[in-house]
Design a protein around this ligand. Sequence first.
Ligand code: WQD
Length: 351
Amino acid sequence: MKKILVTGGSGFIGSHTIVDLIENGFEVISVDNNSRSNPRILEAVQKITGKAIKNYKVDLCNYDDTFAVFQENEDISGIIHFAAFKSVAESVEHPLMYFENNLLSLINLLKCVQEFGIPHFVFSSSCTVYGNADEIPVTELTPPKPAESPYGYTKQMGEQIINEFAKASTAKCILLRYFNPVGAHPSALIGELPVGKPENLVPAITQTAIGKIPKMQVWGTDYPTRDGSCIRDYIHVCDIAHAHTMALQYLIDKKSPKKCEVFNLGTGNGVSVLEAIKAFEKVSGVKLNYSIGPRRPGDVIAIYANNDLAKRQLGWQPKFSLEEMMSTAWKWEQRLKVDEKFYDGKFSALN
Ligand code: WQD
């Protein structure tokens, strides 16, 4: 059974990917300092899979502690690197914290890949690297525009670091550019746990619908789009998760012709904010309480994926519909309300 090291294993996409990896026959260990994630998520992963996941509560910015994890696990076949800070707004306020955390952790990890001869490395990237693309849908060859935030720069720079590393290393790498991951595992045992007030659309919708937020804002309906609101490519987190398993298998089966490949992970469908809200209202039966606010700085007008390459090369096919994204997100929010105590409490930072 091949052992995979997942960083950020208690996070939204990390936890869903661990479930998918286990269901596809992999053994998994996690490295997560729980600075932005709740350790109890891995208990829920165990409930879904029947497997206890060992988590190393290590800050990847500490090289010695990271190195020690690899010393203890000599048989790692691959790494999937999710752990990073991901708030656009926070990155604008604290750029150095983002550059240090997201880049130093990546460099420490790659030094261990080198040191221990880890053969496969999959990186969590983002459509944010495209910025306000001139042409949509974007393909993997669409030239990246200047990022809209320090967070976006850490993804662009992360990709460049891995590209250059791959040229000089024996490791084979894959960069997965997610569009907008939403929804939750159908069991409603794991899902998104935003830290503080949610910035992202779908948790803002579900928290408004459940009454945690009195009213949400739609940030601008005066854009040059079909209904004036921004267009995005929302994709179910389980579809994203399965793409990671397929990407690893693709590398293990030695099907990758290059040292480093990039794949878009989107449905290929552009959905507006107002359309997303309507889809939620349809599946939940809840009339959402929102008002139209000003444009949010840094928002791109419209972006969605050309996902042909991932379909062709990886054999990947997104399965969940927009309605299922909304219904699983809603089921998770409703469960959180019932089990508030289970996930409650502060995120335990390392120090
Ligand atoms: C989507 C649309 C908002 C909240 C970001 C990162 C990306 C990834 C996903 C990490 C926009 C509108 C939102 C609200 C709203 N993050 N909105 N009211 O900005 O496309 O992508 O999150 O990996 O890298 O850039 O996602 O969900 O924040 O916003 O109107 O309360 O919903 O203005 O048009 P975004 P989002």
